[in-house]
Design a protein around this ligand. Structure first.
Ligand SMILES: Nc1nc2c(c(=O)[nH]1)N[C@H]1C(S)=C(S)[C@@H](COP(=O)(O)O)O[C@H]1N2
Ligand SMILES: [Mo]
Length: 320
């Protein structure tokens, strides 16, 4: 069991939580404690994994280049409200997601690279410069959070496999295991979950491969042991539990794009001026608080990424 010392932001966040939420949380905690006494299957913090072999690597040094304009979302709020359709199409998938075995876990990198590889997650963790970053996270459904991610910049991994000059896109694929993941038995979805970026987007310094959350190995519902965090794009671009990365000269078609291309386009850059066909994107709800705040172009990360899109028409193309 890892003993963890609360750090500055954690104290600040709980101090800033509205009283009503704080009281609710105390009741929730009482419930969790009672459940822990009641049976062996519920740990005291059942939404986090405490048996991850990479636990000794955390917490990681924070990279202070990445700052927030809001409080970090409370861990429990974040860890019990997730999109992970492999485990169901509702937000309370965290318990089901604990079924996902994350060791052994092999990442396959193939396609247009000089050095294709298959690498175990712990070997990968040993090779990559790990750090912590505080990122905003904006779902296309108009809710938002702020999260301390641990992990590494994808560019480091890309340099290792040496893409060929003709590789223009990077495709990410989640594990496929319908026996284990009930959502994958819903055959009308185009499994496995896929996402894609241009190679320039993938090489951008913001593009982060997440291996940890809240100072620990990533909880399974966040997409352990390896997920993307692309804070300037809507959340669906940030594929979870990635098993394969493929370099290609063809633009990948993503899971949501196959389902509904008019609602979930390839670029999916956060853009308050371009509404979703069924709702406004002008503002967002900050989970864990009662606040609604204006949405900002590129989710506030324009200084890092705006130059990637200077040659695209500036209206619809930013989204689709
Ligand atoms: N494999 C996979 N990755 C996924 C999803 C999913 O259903 N399956 N949902 C996406 C969506 S819509 C969002 S908003 C984020 C949610 O991440 P969170 O649960 O950590 O907030 O994961 C994205 N990555
Ligand atoms: Mo989302």
């Amino acid at each position: 069991m890892l003993i963890r010392i609360p750090r500055g932001w954690e104290l600040k966040e709980s101090a800033a939580t509205p009283e009503s939420a704080y009281l609710d949380r105390r009741n929730l905690m009482k419930g969790a404690a009672a459940a822990a006494l009641a049976g062996p299957f519920v740990a005291s913090a059942a939404w986090t994994a405490d048996d991850d072999p990479s636990a000794g690597r955390y917490p990681l040094q924070r990279n202070i280049k990445f700052t927030l304009d809001r409080e970090v979302t409370e861990e429990k709020v974040n860890a019990t409200y997730n999109n992970f359709y492999e485990f169901g199409s509702h937000k309370q998938i965290w318990r089901d997601a604990q079924k996902l075995p994350i060791r052994p876990w092999t990442l396959k990198i193939d396609g247009m690279v000089q050095k294709p590889m298959e690498i175990g997650i712990d070997d990968l963790l040993a090779k990559m410069p790990l750090e912590e970053r505080l990122y905003r996270h904006r779902c296309v459904e108009a809710w938002a959070m702020a999260i301390p991610w641990g992990g590494f910049e994808l560019s480091h991994l890309i340099k290792l496999v040496e893409p060929l000059a003709g590789a223009k896109y990077v495709q990410f694929e989640t594990f496929m295991n319908p026996r284990l993941a009930s959502g994958q038995r819903q055959t009308w979805y185009p499994w496995p979950y896929r996402e894609g970026l241009t190679i320039d987007e993938a090489m951008n310094e913001l593009t982060f491969m997440v291996t940890g959350t809240y100072g620990k190995p990533a909880a399974k519902q966040f997409g352990a042991p390896l997920r993307l965090a692309l804070p300037w794009k809507y959340g669906f671009k940030s594929a979870k539990s990635i098993a394969r990365i493929t370099f290609t000269d063809q633009r990948p078609q993503s899971f949501w794009e196959v389902i509904q291309p008019s609602e979930y386009g390839f670029w999916a850059n956060v853009n308050p001026a371009f509404n979703h066909p069924r709702w406004s994107q002008a503002s967002e709800r900050l989970l864990g608080s009662d606040k609604r705040v204006p949405t900002v172009i590129y989710n506030g990360y324009g200084e890092f990424v705006a130059s990637l899109y200077k040659d695209l028409p500036q209206d619809r193309a930013l989204f689709s």
